[in-house]
Structures are given as structure tokens and as C-alpha cells.
Write a protein that binds this ligand. Structure first.
Ligand code: S3P
Length: 191
């Protein structure tokens, strides 16, 4: 698969020619597949920068008083997606923060464009073999993966790569190395 996001380098925003450095005073948003370590890394970066950290899943759960598995089990996946879109737009309108997003947040093209225009978007990349090794635990905790075959999950993973690939920065999220990944993001922001 071709990767448009240059590993470890920021890239030009859509519609522009030259790469621009990230705005260190703006929002930073972490995207990537389930289990990549987005929340942990975002929290580390927020602490390092002394910024607020918001995890969109946490905000949604707090607002509707139900867990994500409960929402999905009740057939409210569409409601969850609508809330996800609204929460991201709301957070982007707020003071500069570090955001961790659910793995499906970039599937909505409006959300994707908004994020790319208003935040420095970092893709925490994991390989299929890493995801595959974690599947038993991911399938227990992520309702989207329940009752799906490995082939179906692989297809979802592949389809989403193209959305993550639009991020400004791509960093490999090796297990146990999220501190180093956070350091790298902070260094990129410092220029
Ligand atoms: C989802 C990922 C989850 C959560 C929800 C749906 C997805 O977040 O938003 O279960 O569509 O990939 P994580 O990526 O933090 O697991």
C-alpha cells in the first residue's frame, strides 16, 4: 500500500504545494486504528505541553451516561457517530488541546477535512500483524469488531489506511515505545 503521509515528516495540507510546519500553538489530534495507543500518547503529549487532553470516546461516554459497548449493543452506532462528529467540531472550536480520536473518526469526510484544516493530525500507525496479534483482546473490548471474521477486520483495517494516510505526520506506534513517540511529536512541534 502506498503511504502519502511521509513517515516522521509533516506534509502539505490538502490543496497546497509546500509542506508547512505544524503550528505549535494549535490543536494536536491523534488518529489511527483501534489499539494503536492514541489515548496514552495524547495524554503524554498533553502533559509535556501542559495542555488539556480530551479523548472523544471519554467525552461521549460521559455525556450519554453509557459505555460504548452499551451504545453499540443498543443499536445506537449511528448516534455514537453523530456524537463523535459533534464532539470533535466542538473541541476544535475550543482552546488548543491534545485530542485522541476513535479509530473510525476519520471515516466521515467532513470531520476529516475539518481536522486537517484545524489541527496538526498525527497518525499512530500499527501494522496488520501487530493488530492481528492483539485481536483476541481487541475483539473483547471493541464492539465494532465483535462477530466479525478476521478477514472482515483486515478489510476494515485496509480501508481505513487511506483515511489515516491523510494525516500531517505518520509515526509508527511500536508497543512499549509510546513515550518515545510522544517525545518525537513534541520535538516536531518545537521545530
Ligand atoms: C471505533 C474505535 C473505538 C471507539 C468505537 C469505534 C472504531 O476507539 O471509538 O468503539 O470505529 O474504530 P479506539 O480507536 O480508541 O479503540
Amino acid at each position: 500500500m502506498r503511504h502519502g503521509t511521509r513517515a516522521g515528516r509533516w506534509r502539505a495540507p490538502p490543496g497546497t504545494l509546500a509542506p508547512v510546519p505544524p503550528d505549535p500553538s494549535g490543536h494536536i489530534a491523534f488518529v489511527g486504528f483501534m489499539g494503536a495507543g492514541k489515548s496514552t500518547t495524547a495524554e503524554l503529549v498533553a502533559r509535556r505541553l501542559d495542555r488539556p487532553w480530551f479523548d472523544t470516546d471519554h467525552v461521549i461516554v460521559e455525556r450519554c451516561g453509557r459505555s460504548i459497548p452499551e451504545l453499540f449493543a443498543a443499536g445506537e452506532q449511528a448516534r455514537f457517530r453523530a456524537m463523535e462528529t459533534a464532539v470533535i467540531a466542538e473541541l476544535l472550536d475550543g482552546p488548543p488541546a491534545v485530542l485522541s480520536l476513535g479509530g473510525g473518526a476519520l471515516e466521515d469526510s467532513g470531520t476529516r477535512e475539518l481536522l486537517l484544516a484545524r489541527a496538526f493530525v498525527v497518525w499512530l500507525e500499527v501494522s496488520w500483524s501487530e493488530v492481528r496479534a492483539e485481536l483476541p483482546s481487541l475483539m473483547q473490548t471493541r464492539p465494532l469488531l465483535q462477530d466479525r471474521t478476521e478477514e472482515e477486520i483486515h478489510a476494515l483495517f485496509e480501508r481505513r489506511q487511506a483515511t489515516y494516510d491523510q494525516a500531517h505526520l505518520r509515526l509508527h506506534a511500536a508497543r512499549g515505545e509510546l513515550r518515545a513517540v510522544a517525545d518525537r511529536v513534541v520535538a516536531e512541534l518545537a521545530g
